[in-house]
Design a protein around this ligand. Structure first.
Ligand code: FAD
Ligand code: MLT
Ligand code: ZN
Length: 467
């Protein structure tokens, strides 16, 4: 191993890091559940240097763990604890290469953050639509590798839907340059879509070309209190009909989430109810009259009883306060006890049943648990998270958490849903994938993996069990 590290040091100089004080930050997963170990962490500054690093690792039979912003929630960017793997971070590759408001495309290196892409696009008068709470740290490469969704997927799609072209360093070290911005390109298999969602198991994305959208100039945000799960769905159906093209976000938040947020000093702008929905409308037209549309819509919903209270933000500051109730949930829940995440999706019409049945089972069988569901209701993607008190003790919490997850996933699958909507498989859901995925799908996935990564050296233990 010393030999490989010294070759890598010769190639990359101080961008081959072995100092434990520096590598430490690359060895934990964001949730603090996994702690890995690595021979070194590499931060190559170009695709070419990254490719040469991969060749050196390959010749030595050393496994690689790709890492972007390390905000993933399923442990896919964390090496195992043996210390023989090498983390390759894209953190030193964050140039925005082009922003073209005529072509409506942006081309950037994989380590650019989502927020940096948003800013670069806005400066050119366009919108980079991908958005989620970790956007200040999560990278373009990571978002593509996980096919991240987030709050605006309901309007613009997930990362894969925005993808135009890609540059990838393959497990054999070759660089595939597919950085095209063409809207139409039916020249054989659409390989780029294979790497989107591959979680670092098929190659390292070093750059990507992404779609832009027209810049939003108008923005309205409202927070509504709702009495029942069915009314949440009803509200969304009615909003879709009234303002379809303008809905940038429709997020569900349960009262238990809002209660946790209140404990952290946040305030809800409406009276207490079992459920809440956050709505954001945007438009690229200054004369779209979004405020009138939303005001009238909310008045009608109060009138017909779909909602029981509503607050329409009157300033940018109020919009920010409302969004914090939603965006801060991941951090708040992490602090609230031992949090068990269930990033699930069901067909949209089944969301009320999902919420009702999960709550009923958890409340009756696990009285110490608090169900804290929230999420992207417009996509049927609910984060059906559950928090157990820290006082329960690690062993009991782990045992109960397992049973809770089993109960939730059983309900999700019985409703025709999925156990991973937008976070991926990582290390956390490998067993679920093996147990629940159709054997033909699994077989095809394994063949693709074997074809691209013959040695199985790219992110072993993520998506598949290590061989
Ligand atoms: P990392 O965490 O570094 O890596 C994630 C996976 O991708 C790993 O398997 C890694 O090996 C692989 N990878 C990373 N970079 C590359 C690359 N260049 N080439 C190949 N493989 C690579 N996710 C959502 O989808 N929607 C949300 O709303 C959302 N909200 C979040 C909110 C918070 C507060 C947090 C902490 C996370 C949230 N996430 C969300 C999860 C996470 O931010 C996303 O999955 C994000 O896309 C990960 O990007 P990253 O750069 O941090 O990737
Ligand atoms: C989010 O939407 O904020 C995250 O994807 C959900 C989570 O932290 O469980
Ligand atoms: Zn989410």
């Amino acid at each position: 191993m010393n030999d490989v590290v010294s070759k890598l040091r010769n190639l990359l100089g101080s961008d081959c890091i072995t100092d434990p004080a520096v590598t430490d930050g690359y060895l934990w997963d964001w949730r603090g559940l996994l702690r890995g170990s690595a021979a070194c962490v590499l931060r190559p500054r170009s695709a070419n240097l990254l490719s040469q690093s991969v060749r050196i690792c390959r010749e030595a039979g050393v496994s690689i763990v790709p890492q972007g912003g390390n905000t993933g929630l399923v442990g896919g960017a964390t090496p195992d604890d043996i210390g023989l793997q090498i983390v390759i971070s894209t953190g030193a590759m964050r140039k925005i290469r082009t922003v073209d408001p005529v072509d409506m495309s942006i081309v950037a290196e994989a380590g650019a953050t989502i927020a940096e892409l948003q800013t670069a696009a806005a400066e050119a008068g366009a919108l980079f639509p991908l958005s989620f709470a970790s956007e200040g740290t999560a990278t373009l490469g990571g978002a593509l590798a996980t096919n991240a969704g987030g709050i605006s997927a309901v309007r613009y799609g997930s990362a894969r839907d925005l993808l135009l072209g890609m540059e990838v360093v393959l497990p054999d070290g070759r660089i595939w340059n597919g950085l095209r911005t063409l809207r139409k390109d039916n020249t054989g298999y659409a390989l780029k879509y294979l790497f989107a969602g591959s979680e670092g198991t098929l190659g390292i994305i070093t750059g990507a070309a992404m779609k832009l959208a027209p810049l939003s100039v108008g923005r309205e945000v409202a927070f509504c209190a709702i009495e029942s799960e069915d009314q949440v769905l009803d509200f969304w159906m009615k909003l879709r009909a009234a303002a379809e093209g303008n809905v940038r976000a429709i997020e569900y938040i349960s009262n238990s989430c809002v209660e946790l947020a209140k404990r952290e000093g946040l305030r809800a702008p409406v009276g207490v109810a079992d459920h809440y929905v956050l709505v954001e409308l945007t438009s690229s037209r200054p004369d779209a009259g979004l405020k009138d549309v939303l005001e009238a819509f909310l008045a009608e919903r109060l009138e017909d009883g779909t909602i029981v209270d509503a607050a329409l933000a009157q300033s940018g500051e109020q919009q920010k306060q409302i969004w914090r109730l939603r965006d801060d949930q991941t951090e708040i829940q992490k602090k609230a006890g031992r949090d068990f995440k269930h990033d699930v999706a069901v067909p949209v019409p089944r969301v009320p049943e999902l919420l009702r049945r999960s709550r009923a089972v958890i409340e009756s069988d696990f009285p110490e648990a608090t169900v804290v569901p929230f999420g992207h209701v417009g996509d049927g993607n609910i984060h059906l998270n559950v928090v157990l008190p820290a006082t329960l003790g690690a062993e009991r919490a782990a045992e109960q958490g397992k049973q809770i997850s089993q109960a939730i996933y059983d309900i999700v699958l019985s409703l025709g849903g999925t156990f991973s909507a937008e976070h991926g498989i990582g290390r956390a859901k490998v067993d679920m994938l093996e147990a629940k995925r159709d054997p033909i799908e699994l077989d095809l996935m394994r063949r693709i993996k074997a074809a691209l990564d013959e040695d199985g050296s790219f992110n072993p233990g993520t998506v598949f069990r290590p061989s």
